[in-house]
Structures are given as C-alpha cells and as structure tokens.
Design a protein around this ligand. Structure first.
Ligand code: NAD
Length: 256
C-alpha cells in the first residue's frame, strides 16, 4: 500500500511507546477490514446486503428467525476462515513481544488476532466472543465443534435447546471476567491505542475515556474520525495495516 503515514505524529507515538510501561490496544472491525472481513458500517455485498447487521446480531432476531441468524453467522464464519491476518494483526504481535506489559482487547469475533499469534505472552481479551464457537441458547454450554445436522440451527446434544454463535449480540451483557480484565488494564495503562473501532459500541467505547481519566495518553488509528478523535492525545489517520507496521518500524526499527 502506498498510503502516506503522518511522520511527525508517528515519531511522537514511537517515542511514547519506547517510554511506556503498560500498553493497551483496543481493536474493532477496522483492524480486520484489510483482511477482507467487512466492518458493520461498510456496504455489504451479495446475499446479505438487504439486511442491516444491527438487526441480525440481536437476541430478538434469533428468537424471531433463528435459521436466518444462524445462516448469516455461517456465511460470516466461512468468510473469516478464508481470510488471513494482515500486517496490522502482525504488528500487534510484535508489540506483545517487545513491550514489558501489553494487553490486547478486541471487539472482533473473527479470531484473526489469535491466528496471527497474539495472546502468547499476555491474555488476549475477546470482549464480544468468537464466532468459531457455539453455545447452547438455554444453558450456555459452549462447543468448539458440532456435528452437521438437518435442522438449522442444530440443537444442544444435552438439553435439546437451539444452539447459537458464542458471540455477544447488541443488547446483551459482555462476559464479566473479560470486561473486568479490560477495565483493569485500561485503568492501569500509560498508553492506550484505539484501533479500527468506531468508538460507538458500549461498554468498549468507554475504555479509552477511562484510560484518559487515569492519565494515560490515547492514540487513535482510524482513517475516519470518531467520537474519540477530539479527545485523543495522538491521531494516526489511516489504515491500521499501514500505520501499525510503520509504528513498529519507527519504534524498534523492525520490519515484518
Ligand atoms: P464498526 O464497524 O462500528 O467500525 C469500524 C471502524 O473501523 C470505523 O470507524 C472505520 O472507519 C474503521 N476502519 C475501516 N477500515 C479501517 C482500516 N483499514 N484501518 C483502521 N480502521 C478502519 O466496528 P466496531 O467499532 O468494531 O463495532 C461494531 C461491532 O461489530 C463490534 O462488536 C465488532 O466486534 C463487530 N464486528 C466484528 C467484525 C469482526 O470480527 N471482524 C466485523 C464486523 C463487526
């Protein structure tokens, strides 16, 4: 990619990274956009273009039409399986390797951070679950694999209730432990990155503000402005797959 990287701001963030003790990165759908996984706000093509994701990713949608919601997730699962981690995911692995303390918090359900290698030194916090797992809609038992069934969605082998993706839908609570860990990391860090997220979906959207309140510097990496932009300490406007590798290079002279 030939996108211009904002040099002055990049140097300032590289210096902050070299000084930082505790670093947090919060990622959203934008970090996977360059892997070909569409964000919710990007126009979607084909079969699913007539549905708004916000109307499918809800418990009400699953109750009204479980087959439709299951099939939408099956389509997204196939898309993600064909996708590969991009240079932004890889740069975040380097940050985990290089920094004294690093916490990666993701709102993504695509598993691309783990496939890139993140989570090998510090826990990777998946705030919104993972679409590669499913769970029983009644008892919450989770499954990594499930047999193909005639019935869509398939049923829980234990209690017979419908199985659903193990993701957090709009209007649902986040997993308590993951949220607690994210909250603690954001409260204790001295440098916080908000990467590829529209900063609109709560409670993740509050994490950079919590970090700011506790005195951390906040860096936003996004080609578009968000509600966080006017508050960010540094803005690196551009695609994460260009900015993050450039930042790694500016900080440690390391090219991926
Ligand atoms: P969002 O769709 O609301 O916003 C995506 C953001 O990424 C936008 O601000 C956009 O400007 C930015 N962006 C687009 N391309 C980018 C790039 N190349 N580099 C950096 N930024 C880029 O996504 P959200 O804030 O994550 O919130 C929506 C919810 O939908 C979240 O729960 C999210 O996990 C979920 N979601 C996940 C996936 C996934 O797992 N890949 C995909 C779509 C939606």
């Amino acid at each position: 990619m030939t996108q211009e990287v904002p040099k002055g701001a990049l140097e300032a963030v590289a210096a902050a990274l070299r000084r930082a003790d505790r670093v947090v990165a919060l990622t959203g759908a934008g970090v996977s956009a360059e892997s070909g996984v569409p964000t919710f706000r990007q126009a979607q093509n084909g079969l699913w273009a007539r549905y708004r994701p916000e109307e499918l990713a809800t418990p009400q949608a699953f109750e009204a039409n479980p087959q439709l919601v299951w099939e939408w997730y099956a389509w997204r699962r196939r898309l993600v399986q064909q996708a590969q981690p991009n240079p932004a995911h890889v740069a975040l692995v380097t940050m985990e390797r290089r920094l004294a303390h690093f916490t990666l918090i993701t709102q993504n359900v695509d598993g691309l951070h783990r496939r890139a290698g993140s989570g090998f030194r510090f826990p990777l916090i998946e705030l919104h679950g993972n679409l590669e797992r499913i769970r029983c809609s009644r008892e919450g038992l989770t499954f990594e694999t499930w047999p193909k069934s005639e019935e869509v969605p398939p049923r829980c082998p234990r209690c017979g209730a419908l199985l659903r993706p193990d993701v957090v839908w709009f209007g649902e609570n986040l997993p308590t432990q993951a949220l607690q860990a994210a909250w603690e990391a954001a409260s204790a860090c001295d440098l916080f990155f908000s990467v590829g997220t529209s900063a609109l979906v709560e409670p993740a959207a509050s994490l950079p503000f919590l970090a700011l309140k506790r005195g951390a510097a906040v860096v936003e990496i996004n080609p578009q402005p968000t509600p966080l932009t006017p508050h960010a300490t540094h803005i690196l406007a551009g695609p994460a797959g260009v900015i993050l590798p450039a930042l790694v290079q500016a900080t440690w002279g390391e090219r991926e």
